[in-house]
Design a protein around this ligand. Sequence first.
Ligand code: NIG
Ligand code: FE
Length: 405
Amino acid sequence: MTQLLIRDLAQVVTPITGQAPLRGRDLGRVEVVENAYVLLDGDRIVSVGPMTALGALTGSREELDGRGLSAIPGLVDCHTHPAFAGDRVHEFALRAGGATYDELLAAGGGILSTTRATRAAGQMALDAFVARHRDAMIAHGTTTFEGKSGYGLDRETEVAQLTAIRDAGGIPTWLGAHAVPPEQPGADAYVDWAIREVLPEAAAIAVAADVFVERGTFDTAQARRYLEACRQRGLALRLHGDQLSEMGAVPLAVELRARSIDHLESTGADGVAMLAASGVVAVLLPIAALYLGRPMPPARALVDAGAAIALATDFNPGSAYCESLPVVCTLACTQLGLTPEEALAACTVNAAHVLGLDDRGRLAPGLRADVVLLDATDWRHLAYHLAGDVVHTVIQGGQVVRGPA
Ligand code: NIG
Ligand code: FE
């Protein structure tokens, strides 16, 4: 295996070692090494440290000049919806004129309009769309992405979406309970049908299941039935909860020991306390709140109460058309009351934990060689440079997948 030495970096930064997910004060503790190197061997990190500690190296080796750059762990996007066809630019314009997200969905638009386009697309087109969005994520420093289905809502298209996500290198989540498609008589009948007809094939591809608990989509009884059936098939459990209204998704997530509950724009003090006392990770999606003009989730309260949080883009054509985790970090620092250090841990090590991946999210010996080089001598430009061109080089599994712009 060839070694790759990234030398003379202005800074190397990593969330601290410790039991994932990091919580409370640990979330904001990072290690910063100045004038530093990172040594990779194949797809693993060998060592990280100050240049003065770099001993004599043997064997063949490539070198990358890190002068003027800083290194952070490859970013992990633990919540995206990249497997769709078409777009919703028309609805974006309607919302700009005052229409609301839930009104558009109730009128057969929203998720259901993307479902019509996605059903018509076919496997090859879906593969190409997911690959395109994956490449955009990589350009923004994402080296691991999760992707959800949920725009098929029939067996063939749900399976095609999961296949496209897996084949693009993503971590597939079956979002079978995203909305009720028009050919189904109602949410109860649809959940029964999906468990019977789609779950067996979906469970062979997906690693987790997800449900949208909301007025007009699925209530907690339907979500429980869906999630319990998915758990029996070995899937980890996740929920979209408290996005537009508090519907009891937090107590359900805690009771079912879900991996995560995502959104939480409407969560109050009781929900915060309940999550803090649980192992469920609160995945915060500030782009969705910004895009829909909703309140931001109570990130500071969650962290201060001791809850585990992660950050993600929620990339999708309706409520968050943006693949950039650096933008999420900017919003975390300007809208959610988090520090750059907390934001970094939330979209690296904690996001990896949500996906059940403990081999990434930090720069430490033995972990996967996923490294992002930022075009700045202070790594906090990651969050500071709003929508800036801050990502210089992306190394995924030891391979340079994106070079200097
Ligand atoms: O996480 N809220 C539900 N699902 C997505 C949006 C999907 C869509 O609008 O197409 C979300 O925001
Ligand atoms: Fe989502």
